[in-house]
Design a protein around this ligand. Structure first.
Ligand SMILES: [Zn+2]
Length: 434
């Protein structure tokens, strides 16, 4: 079925144009160009329409910690203890309810595909559920109900620290015992039309080196992600155990392939950045500042042919517009100078590059042949009224998004999710855990 939209403004691959006609057939864009004459019956999208956002790094259950863990002192490590307490309370039903609401919140924020870095695999104590992928499948079903695509990055998590301490307490839920155990479970996952299966290595803390090469070979060609160099202590522990940085360690074992994403990539050496060329780096600036991680070298990475993507990670904030501008603004704080990224570079990180890193290279552009993911940002709210549309990434937030189309289907209209009462479901799902 053919449908049409007339966009007041649209961000096409060569820049912003007014009065753009977008035609969609079978979930794909078949026309995207400034319109000449159009008839009055075509649906109008008032504001600036951009491609759908990819949220390349998510742990859906962390959303339950929002507004509960940001006060007072502490560190990444003390926050992690609070996160583990929530992890211990989830089962496949409650995780499905929570993730459905979280992914619907993402849809409202213009996210059309999420990369879910999933490690909460088993029941408390580590016993597999009758269906060993019950938790992962709950996430995939939640994304379908929320109307977005998902790449389930099923995660290997085998030990508690670089020196090989065994998993304990809530971490027991994350482990499959061995790489073979992980692979046997992973191999039973299958993709659906809205989903893709990718892999993740949790971190150099959580996976022993003697299985990294096998992991790289098993997962070759798949979207593969790992937390890399988020914390100074993590880098120091890696150096003490292996005499090298996390990036060097992953490179030695063949993990740094073209489909690989380093999540965070905050504390890097020049040598790390050279090794990362032609891979992806996912920045999660709102989480990194919340946890006091530091500011990663975004511009240096981009100059070194590392492809930048964005994620909301712990979901203290779910707003890809905020993540995009934070990459530029954090760079300004660290460099004490302005103007490091063009608006087009930031938008590309939030869209085409993010989707590609999740295994959906045909998404993230308003161009013929691309997946029909459309996000319309109002230019008439108190935040956006009077702005130059080209400055939208520096002015707008998720609350300014009025219309979202995913694979040609309307998911958000007039600022509301078409099938989910998102605030109510978030309230119920989160409060049930406390
Ligand atoms: Zn993470």
């Amino acid at each position: 079925m053919l449908s049409h939209y007339l966009c007041e403004y649209a961000w096409l691959p060569d820049g912003i144009h007014a009065d753009v006609l977008i035609a969609i057939e079978n979930g794909k864009i078949v026309r995207a160009e400034p319109a000449g004459w159009v008839d009055d019956h075509i649906a109008k999208l008032s504001g600036l329409t951009v491609p759908g956002f990819a949220n390349a790094h998510s742990h859906a259950f962390h959303r339950a910690l929002r507004g509960r863990t940001h006060m007072g002192r502490g560190s990444f490590w003390t926050w992690r203890e609070q996160m583990y307490q929530v992890a211990d309370r989830l089962d496949p039903d409650s995780y499905h309810r929570l993730a459905r609401a979280v992914y619907a919140e993402m849809a409202l924020a213009g996210v059309t595909c999420v990369g879910e870095f999933h490690y909460l695999h088993h029941a408390p104590g580590g016993k597999p559920y009758a269906n060993p992928n019950a938790m992962g499948e709950a996430l995939v079903a939640a994304a379908a109900e929320a109307g977005i695509r998902i790449t389930l990055l099923d995660t290997v998590y085998l030990q508690a620290s670089v020196d090989g301490q065994p998993l304990a307490g809530p971490q027991l839920r994350f482990g499959d015992g061995s790489l073979d155990g992980w692979w046997n479970r992973f191999d039973q996952l299958s993709a659906q039309p809205h989903s893709m299966i990718g892999a993740a290595l949790h971190s150099v803390r959580a996976v022993p080196t003697d299985v990294m090469t096998d992991f790289a070979e098993l997962t070759g060609g798949l979207p593969t992600h790992a937390h890399v160099a988020e914390q100074v202590d993590e880098v120091a522990a890696c150096r003490a155990a292996y005499g090298c940085t996390p990036t060097e360690l992953l490179d030695r074992h063949g993990v740094l392939q073209e489909t690989f994403t380093s999540v965070h990539a905050t504390h890097l050496t020049k040598g790390d950045i050279d090794l990362m060329a032609d891979t992806y780096a996912c920045f999660c600036p709102t989480t990194e500042r919340d946890l006091g991680d530091g500011i990663g070298p975004a511009r240096t990475l981009a100059d070194g042919a590392v492809r930048l993507t964005l994620g909301s990670d712990s979901h203290a904030v779910i707003d890809l517009l905020e993540e995009a501008r934070a990459v530029e603004l954090h760079e300004r704080l660290s460099a004490q100078a302005r103007g490091h990224f063009t608006q087009a570079e930031l938008l590309t990180a939030a869209t085409a590059t993010g989707h590609a890193s999740l295994g959906w290279p045909s998404a993230g552009r308003l161009a013929v042949g691309a997946r029909a993911d459309l996000v319309t940002v109002s230019l008439g709210t108190v935040r956006t009224a009077g702005i130059d549309p080209a400055g939208v990434l520096m002015a707008a937030g998720a609350a300014d998004i009025t219309h979202v189309v995913v694979d040609g289907r309307v998911v958000v209209a007039d600022g509301r999710h078409v099938s989910i009462d998102v605030a109510r479901e978030l309230q119920e799902a989160v409060c049930a855990l406390f």
